[in-house]
Design a protein around this ligand. Structure first.
Ligand code: XMP
Length: 312
C-alpha cells in the first residue's frame, strides 16, 4: 500500500494520545527531521502536556538550536533548553572505541532525560526512532543511541520512564513526507540527516571540546559549499591521525579532515556523490584557511556497504 502521510498523522495522533495522554510526555528534539516531526505530532496530540526540549550537549552544530526554535515557533511550540555540556563531555572523556562512545552517549542522554522527566512531572518520553535505526542496531551494525526496547533494554527499568516511538515503522523519506504534511518549512523537512550523538559520531578517537570545535567549523564549511548539490548527507570527519605539512614556512603536524557526501533513499545503502572538483577545491581551500589546526583534507569515495555512512 502506498504511504499516505495524512492517514499516518491521524493514526499517530490517536496512538500518542492513547499511550501518553494521561501522564504527559517529554520530547527531546535535536533539530533533525525525525525528532522535529515527533515534537510537533506530540504537541498536536497532547497540547501543553507535551514538553519539548533541546538538550544543549555541546556536540551539536552551530545552527541546530536555531532550527529547533525557529522551526517550531510558527506552530506556537515553545522549546525548553537544558544545558548539559559538562555531563556529556565528562561521560565520553577518554573513550576511543566507537561502541564505547555510543553507549556512553546513550547512558548520559537518557539520564539527562530521566531528570527532566521528573522535573517536568511527566511519565513518558516520545522519541523519533525510525525503522533504519532499529534494523541496524538489531543487526549489530552499530548501537544507535535511540534504540532500547528492540535490543532488550527496558527503559522503565533502566531509566524509569516509558518510551513511545511513533515513527518506528517508517523510513527517512516517509518522515519527510509527514513533516511536509504537518506544515514544516523546507529548511526542516528537506534537511540532511544528522545523528543524535551529533558531532561525536564524526570524531575518530577522543571527543574533547577542542576537537569538537575544529570539526564544527569544518562541518559548517562542507554544508555551505555542497548545499547546491542537495546531497542526501554531507559532512566532515576528524581523524585521530595527524599529518605533516607546512604552515608559515615551517613544518606543521596538523589534523586531517575527511569530507564525505552520499546519496541514499533510506540510509540503508548509499552511493558517493560525484562532487565536482570546483566544489571540492573550494571546501579544501576554506578548511585549510579558516581552520588552522587542519593541514590535510581528504574525500571519501566508499559506498555503503561496505562502509556505513558515519565513521563510527
Ligand atoms: P550509518 O552510519 O549506520 O547511518 O550508515 C545511517 C543513518 O543513521 C544516522 N545515524 C544515527 N542517527 N543516532 C541517530 O539518531 C545514531 O546513533 C546514529 N548513527 C547513525 C546516520 O547519520 C545516517 O543518516
Amino acid at each position: 500500500m502506498k504511504f499516505n502521510a495524512k492517514r499516518f498523522i491521524n493514526e499517530k495522533l490517536e496512538e500518542i494520545k492513547k499511550e501518553a495522554g494521561n501522564g504527559g510526555a517529554l520530547v527531546a528534539t535535536s533539530g533533525g527531521v525525525d525528532s522535529m516531526t515527533c515534537a510537533l505530532l506530540s504537541y498536536k496530540a497532547l497540547g501543553k502536556k507535551a514538553v519539548i526540549l533541546f538538550i544543549d550537549d555541546g556536540l551539536m552544530r552551530e545552527s541546530d538550536k536555531k532550527i529547533v526554535r525557529e522551526g517550531l515557533k510558527p506552530f506556537g511550540v515553545t522549546v525548553k533548553i537544558i544545558k548539559a555540556q559538562k555531563d556529556f563531555f565528562k561521560a565520553i572523556k577518554g573513550k576511543e572505541s566507537p561502541e564505547e562512545k555510543r553507549k556512553a552517549f546513550r547512558q548520559v542522554f537518557y539520564k539527562t532525560l530521566g531528570k527532566a522527566i521528573k522535573q517536568n512531572k511527566v511519565e513518558s518520553l516520545i522519541q523519533g526512532t525510525i525503522a533504519a535505526d532499529v534494523i541496524e542496531t538489531k543487526d549489530n551494525i552499530k548501537t544507535q543511541h535511540n534504540v532500547l526496547k528492540q535490543i532488550g533494554i527496558d527503559p522503565k527499568k533502566r531509566f524509569g520512564f516509558k518510551v513511545v516511538e511513533p515513527l518506528r515503522e517508517i523510513f527517512k523519506h516517509q518522515v519527510r513526507q509527514v513533516a511536509k504534511q504537518l506544515g514544516f518549512s523546507q529548511r526542516v523537512y528537506k534537511q540532511m540527516p544528522f545523528p543524535g550523538p551529533g558531532l561525536a559520531t564524526r570524531i575518530i578517537g577522543e571527543v574533547t571540546p577542542r576537537r569538537i570545535k575544529v570539526l564544527r567549523q569544518a562541518t559548517e564549511i562542507v554544508e555551505e559549499e555542497i548545499k547546491e548539490l542537495r546531497p542526501f548527507q554531507a559532512f566532515a570527519v576528524l581523524l585521530k591521525d595527524k599529518a605533516t605539512g607546512i604552515r608559515g614556512g615551517k613544518r606543521f603536524f596538523g589534523n586531517i579532515i575527511v569530507v564525505r557526501s552520499v546519496e541514499s533513499k533510506d540510509a540503508m545503502t548509499a552511493s558517493v556523490t560525484r562532487v565536482p572538483w570546483r566544489i571540492l577545491e573550494k571546501i579544501r581551500d576554506r578548511i585549510i584557511e579558516e581552520v588552522p589546526q587542519v593541514i590535510k583534507v581528504l574525500f571519501d569515495i566508499t559506498p555503503k556497504p561496505p562502509s556505513t555512512i558515519e565513521f563510527i
